[in-house]
Design a protein around this ligand. Structure first.
Ligand code: HEC
Length: 133
C-alpha cells in the first residue's frame, strides 16, 4: 500500500515538473530586450514596430535586422540624423550597456528579423568600429 503511494507521489512530481518546464518554455524569450525596446524605442516605433506615419519609420521589415546587423548596433548607440526630415532624428542611447544592447538586438532579430542570435563580442566589435560623424 505505501509502495503504491510512493509511486503515485513520484508520478505526480514528474507530471508537475513537466508542466512547469513546458510553461517556462512557452514564455517569450528576450524579456529584457523587450523591456529595453519599450523604454527606449517604443515611443517612436511603437510596441508593434509599425512606427508613426511619415515621422517614425515602420521597422518591422527593416534590413537592419537581416543584412545590416552591424549598422544596427551603431544606430542604436549613436542614433541618426533624419534623412527624410532633418528635425526628426533617431536619438543616441549612450546609457545602454553592451549587455543591454545585445539583449535588445536579440529581441529585434527574434521579433522582426532573421532570428539569429547576437553575441556580446559582436556588439563590442561593432561598437569599436562605428563610423563617427
Ligand atoms: C525619437 C524617436 C525615435 C526613437 C526613440 C527611436 N527611433 Fe529609431 N528611428 C527614428 C527615426 C526618425 C528614424 C529614421 C532616421 C532616418 O531618417 O534615416 C529611425 C530609424 C530606425 C531604424 C532604421 C529603419 C530603416 O529600415 O531604415 C531602426 C532599425 C530603428 N530606428 C530602430 C530603433 C531602435 C532599436 C530604437 C531604440 C533603441 C529606436 N529606433 C529609437 C526615430 C526614433
Amino acid at each position: 500500500m505505501s509502495n503504491n503511494l510512493t509511486i503515485i507521489l513520484v508520478f505526480c512530481s514528474i507530471l508537475l515538473y513537466g508542466i512547469f518546464a513546458l510553461y517556462s518554455c512557452a514564455q517569450e524569450p528576450f524579456v529584457q530586450g523587450k523591456r529595453i525596446y519599450e523604454v527606449n524605442c517604443g515611443n517612436c516605433h511603437m510596441s508593434d514596430g509599425h512606427g508613426l506615419g511619415d515621422m517614425y519609420p515602420d521597422i518591422t521589415k527593416s534590413d537592419y535586422f537581416t543584412s545590416k546587423k552591424t549598422d544596427l548596433i551603431c544606430l542604436i548607440r549613436h542614433g541618426k540624423k533624419g534623412s527624410v526630415m532633418e528635425s526628426v532624428i533617431m536619438p543616441a542611447n549612450k546609457e545602454l550597456t553592451e549587455v543591454g544592447i545585445n539583449n535588445l538586438v536579440n529581441y529585434l532579430n527574434y521579433t522582426w528579423g532573421d532570428g539569429s542570435i547576437s553575441k556580446l563580442d559582436d556588439v563590442k566589435t561593432a561598437l569599436a568600429n562605428c563610423q563617427k560623424d
